[in-house]
Every structure is written in structure tokens, then in C-alpha cells.
Design a protein around this ligand. Sequence first.
Ligand code: PEP
Ligand code: MG
Length: 750
Amino acid sequence: MPNNMESESRKLLGRLRDTLAEDSAGQARLDRITNLIADSMQTEVCSIYLFRDKDTLELCATEGLKAEAVHKTRMRIGEGLVGRVARTRNMVNTADAPSEPGFRYMPETGEEIYSSFLGLPIQRLGEILGVLVVQSKTARAFTGDEVYALEVVAMVLAEMTELGAFVGDEGGMGALHKHPVMFRGATGQEGVTEGHVYLHEPRVVVTNPVADDPEAESQRLREAVDKLRISVDGMLANVEPSDKDQREVLEAYRMFANSRGWMRRMEEDIQRGLSAEAAVEKEQSIARARLATVPDPYMRERLHDLDDLSNRLLRILTGQGKETGAEMPENPILVARNIGPGELLDYGKDLKGIVLEQGSVGSHAAVVARAWAIPLVIHAEGITTKALNGDAILVDGDQGVVHLRPEDTVATAFRDKIAMQAEAQKRYAGLVGLPAQTLCGKHIALHMNAGLMADLPSLATSGAEGVGLFRTELQFLIRNKVPRRGDLASLYARVMDAAKGKRVVFRTLDIGSDKVLPYMKPQEEPNPAMGWRAIRVGLDRGGVMRMQLQALIRASAGRPLTIMFPFVAQFDEFRDAKAMLDAVLESESRLGHVLPASLEVGAMLETPSLAFAPDRFFEETDFISIGGNDLKQFFFAADRENERVRKRYDTLNYSFLSFIRQIVTRCDTFHTPVSFCGEDAGRPLESVALAAMGVRTLSMRPASIGPVKAMLRRLDLDEVAAVIDKAAAEGAQSVRPALSEHLAERGFVT
Ligand code: PEP
Ligand code: MG
């Protein structure tokens, strides 16, 4: 390439843009482009390979290789040098291609005479779209300037591909974002649903990747970056000094926004002919590509920051806001990288499902999804890049799987599953007024878990006997400051009103661990799940707990009240909490408030230690609720947020079931009512095993009450207990296979 690289590069990009503007078919455009690039780079060969399907690249156009190889030559990701570029998303630049490791000669192309090879990924925002290659006979490595020039070209090609410029009839030239894609994530909330994508943050569309006037573009970029800096400074000024996380993110934003390297690279890209938007996106694409390979969590966080910042900058440059005016489609399924509970609540209950790239089982978004009983799949990596607003999407929260733009066969099978579930729901509706009475005559009380006012109508529709767990933290998590006592009191009163005399177990604030209040000083704890959380915070910082207890007493206004303390690990904690409650009762009485007609005070058993508490604990507590989610993680020493270890240990592991039986026996000795309110209570097989271990009250999400009741009503728990014990006597670690067989014999599909 001649010396005057920048103007040459600009000229080439200008010609590319003109090609795009011509009214010609995708193939003609591609052919013209390979010709232009080869000419401009002074190489004998220029080829463009695009993806035919997610694993196979296809030679779609070439200048220099044999024409008959076009649309015939294909390679899988990782195969040959082109496949290597696609797999690693890194360039290959070599003077002697045949001696490169992995080189594969494609005889139909006639490429054996070309020695030097430069291949670059055509990628956009972390999504690899194809590979651009130039080759020449002379054995020479391409210079840094040439590589750079070709990188800029690859960027423009990526934008053009995204805009559909190369769509044609041939295999590799199908329109983008049309293929079916499946994502294997993890279950955040069970359930299956079908709908259309609604992106939380629609991606910015860059329609002008090439610009003629570098000075004007630089000026636009500088102005946009100035605006960005001002907005970051503004955000920093508003953040509470105690909010270290938020501060850290914004400091990182500021660092990037002031980074000379970032600015310089973008300015250079502009000098070579990119528009300001395309220059920003080129940097963003590089950061995304690195994200895919960097294992260090700190670096990943920073790359995410850079990605967010680039999005902000693009929105300033293009004027495209978060609200693109996209209508919420029918049956909207929200697709996002991540989302906070407040933003999620803003969307309202119209959402049919949620799919997140990040998130966790215990995240606030999961709590809301659970409260709404809508399927949530987390860890669906890359979905925000692949999905477009309005795309058809199937969400299988049971399996943690998402099908984007599904094939007809997949959609049909999926619909069958939904129909079966709907059919079952109808059957369950017929059970609403009936008790969960087993064949052996035992009554299992089924209660529901709740956390929002919006949950309460389910009390009637599900047939729950009461609210076995009201998670009060949600009201604290969705605000940016501690809610006021009066507001809490009126909310709790409305909950009690809606329950119409049914018992509601209010659990006091369970924060810490994964539930971090936006306005609470974050703790630097190596193991937050075992750290300063729940009752530990409540006792150490009595102000908030006292305020909450007052709100509960005032809400009850002479009605019966049930309060439960979370995460009690030893008797003293329960005693201290109760003492605090007694003091509050006394002061409330002194202030002239009407005290509850009756008061039940219970503890959640979420650590194995409490099962071994002194007898007095069991005598003094009015009831115990087993928080199986936490109890299981401590029993097996397996983080409930860590998919890898969480799944290793089955709830139907005999050790765990025996432990539950021991807890029940101990409670029975002291006539202390015991319930189970972890997620397993709502899983039919697990619920049956828990009931067979003697648990007589189960609290679960409302949607589970029907399936659990249907199963309990058709089983004999003594038989189930015998199956469990027999399996254990035969050495089974998990009794799941034996129990499933027992149920299958009775006509259940498990
Ligand atoms: C539990 O740990 O089982 C429980 C119900 O509490 P949470 O899931 O809110 O921690
Ligand atoms: Mg818990």
C-alpha cells in the first residue's frame, strides 16, 4: 500500500460506501468489495468468508482465488488459518502460510501459489460474522499500517453485514439475526413460556460507518466525549460516599472517559475514514472480543465498564435513547444483560418471561420473577447481541434453556409442553378448594411464599392456606433509601387486609449475602453468604429492625401477628431478637398503639447448628420454618449461587432427608410446629419426600401449590417413607431414582 496510508484508507472506505449505496445484489457487492480491497492493498488475493451456520464458514467472494471455489469452499471454526481467525478472533499474519501450524490447503481454490496471508475477524460487538483475508505471492509479513488499514475495513464490512448489505440466496449470505439460536443458561425461575423479545437496552444501530470529513467527525467525537465526561461527573457527584460499588464503577467510567489511549485510537480510526460512531464501536468490539477470553474477574468488570461507557457514548452520538420508541410486543419476554428489581418492577406484570445474560438464583430480579411466577433464565450468554426486538423466543425456565427464532419443529414441541402444563393447570384449578390430604389420611398444609403486594391475589386463586413466608426485604431493595416506618406499616396492613384473616408469616429483613441494599455500606466480606447478614445485621444495627417491628405492630392494629426471624444460628440470637420485640411492644403500648390480639414468634432454621440448639430454644419458639435454600448450602458446603457445586447435591440425598427427619422429630418432642419454606417445597417430588420425613406444612411459590397438592393427594406417605428407607438401606445416596420409580408406578411423570 502506498505511503499515504490515511488518505488511501479513506479513499477505500469511501469506495466501499459507494458500493453499499449502489442498488445491486449482495453477491455483486461482495465481489466488487474484494476487488476494491485487493486493488487498494495491492495484494493478489482478497477473500471474504461468512458464516453459513454457527460452525461453518463459507468463501462468499474472492478476488484472486478460483471463482468456482466461491460458495463451495467451506471450513469449520478452528479449521485451517481462516478457521483459526474465527475461533481465536485474532488476526493471523504470516509471510509463509503453508508452514503455519494448522494450515490447510484447499485445492479447489488454487491458493498454493500464495505465500503471505493476513486474516482478520469481521466482528461486531463481540459477535463474529466472518473472516477477511488478503494473500500475496511474495513472502512478506504485512506491516502494522497495513494490518491497521485492513482492521478498519473489516469493521466497515461488519457494519455493512449487520445492515444486511450482503444478503443473498447463497448459503453463507443469509440475513443476519434470522437463524435460530439456542442458549443454555440456568434456571432462575421455573416455568415455560413463548413470546417476543423486548430488549431492555436496544442496541444502537450505526447506519453511517464511513465519513468523508475526518475533522468534522473528530469534532463530533470530542463533543460527545465532553458530554459523556460531564454526565459521568454528574453521576459521581450524586452517588452516596458510602456506596463503594457504584463509586468504583463510575470512577472506572471516568478513567476511561479521560483515557488518552482510547481517544487516540478512535481519532486515528476517524482519520482512516470511519465515522465517529464506527470508531467507538470498533473499540467496543475489541473490548467485547477480549471479554470472551479474559478470565480475570477484575479485568472482566472493567471491560464491562468500557462496554457500558461505549454504549452511552454511542447514544450521545446517534441521539438514540434507551427508549427507542419500540412498542412492547405481544407476550413480551424481557431480554437484558442484567436488571435491578426497581427497573424490573417498572415493566410491570405484563412480562411473560425474563432472560438475562448475568443474574443469579438469589438476585433481586429472581425474587421479583418468582413473585410474579414468570419464567426466568439466567446466564444466557450473548443473547443481547443476537436478539432483536420482536424476535420469536421460547423460554424454558425448567431446563434453563432459551430458543431464539426457533425452528418450527422446536416451537411445536415446545407448544406441546406449554399445552400440557396449561392442561395440568386446569386440573389443579379443580383442586383449589380441596385439602392436601394423602391416601394415608395425613393433612399437609400448603402455604405460599410472597414478597410483594401483587402476590396476594394468588392466595385465593392458588388455594394456599396462608402466606408461610413474606420476604420483607423486597420493599427495602427496590428503593434507594430506607423506607419510612409509616409506609411500611401501611404496606403490611394492606397485606394483612388482602389475606382476609389468613395467617401471614412476616420475616424480618433478610439482607446481606446476595441481597445488598443500594444504600447500605457494602461489607468487604470474603464469604458474604456466611457473613454479616439477616438477624446478625438486625441485632447489631437495631434501629432498622426496631422500626420494622413497630411497623408490623402498627399494621396489625389489634389483629393477630406472626413474625419470623431469619438465619438464626444459635439460641441467643433468637432470645435477643425476642427481647428486642418485647421492648418494642412495651414502648408501642406506652405510645398508645393497639397491640396485636395474639403474637407468634418463630425462627428460621437455615444453619445446621440450630437443629442442635438447647431444648429451651424449641420450647421458647412458637414455630420453626426450615429455610431449605440456605440450610442445604450449609449442610453440603455448596454455594447456592454457584451452579457448578449447587447441582452436585440433590435435595433427595438421604443424608439431607435424614437431617430433616431429625429436625422434625426434635420439634415434635416439644410440640413446636415446623414448616419448610425453601424452593424445594414447591417441587412435587421433593415435597413428597419432605412430607414423608414428617414435615406437615410446606410453603412455596403459588404456582406450585396445584402440582404439589395433586401429587400428595394420590400418595401414601408411609409407603413413600418405606421406599426412601429401603433405597438408603441398599446404599443409595440419592433416593430420587427409587422415588421416581415409585411414582411412575402410580402413573406420575416426574
Ligand atoms: C431459604 O433460605 O430457604 C429461604 C426461604 O430464604 P431465602 O431464599 O430468602 O434466603
Ligand atoms: Mg434463607
